[in-house]
Design a protein around this ligand. Structure first.
Ligand SMILES: [Ca+2]
Length: 171
């Protein structure tokens, strides 16, 4: 009898164990979804919010909707300033930076991005847009010895900061 009770209890214990992992699973459903291997994320420079999707098409569709929410101004509201990729040659997960304007060539960093934790130490290739040059930094807050500027599509950012960038400056 004791043996049967013990066996009956096992599934409950197993369920408890499963329940303990549910918060992580739940977080994967929605805006707080962490960037997985093939996630495509939009990053809003104004809010610092990241929204990730399973395909580039979904990510672009979401960006259009958010642009509408900001007055429908893709022309003057949301501008793609840079796209960062997990893998070389613009492959793997992507991180697209949406800002409010073009970069100015004034010898200053116009836009500063602290990469979310799930994008730290991942960037391997980059595409600059909107007249921006991309600088990569090994520490948050544009700290450490930066590399760049990457002025054109760069299929491999190179050894100095490959898989090491934690913040990004756009100038
Ligand atoms: Ca990488």
């Amino acid at each position: 009898m004791r043996h049967r009770t013990l066996r009956a209890g096992l599934p409950i214990a197993a369920m408890s164990l499963l329940a303990a992992t549910v918060p992580g699973i739940a977080a994967a459903d929605g805006a707080a979804r962490p960037a997985g291997p093939d996630q495509h994320c939009n990053f809003d420079v104004r809010s610092g919010e990241q929204h990730c999707f399973g395909s580039l098409d979904e990510a672009e569709a979401d960006a259009r909707v958010r642009g509408s929410a900001h007055g429908g101004a893709t022309a003057q509201g949301d501008i793609i300033q840079a796209t960062l990729f997990d893998e070389e040659n613009f492959a793997g997960a992507s991180f697209t930076v949406y800002g409010t304007g073009m970069c100015e060539k004034n010898d200053k960093v116009d836009y500063q991005i602290d990469l979310p934790d799930d994008w730290k130490n991942r960037v391997s290739s980059v595409q600059p847009w909107a007249d921006c040059w991309i600088w990569l930094y090994p520490e948050p807050g544009l700290g450490g010895d930066r590399d760049g500027p990457f002025k054109e599509n760069t299929g491999a950012v190179g050894g100095a900061l490959n898989d090491r960038a934690q913040s990004v400056g756009l100038s």
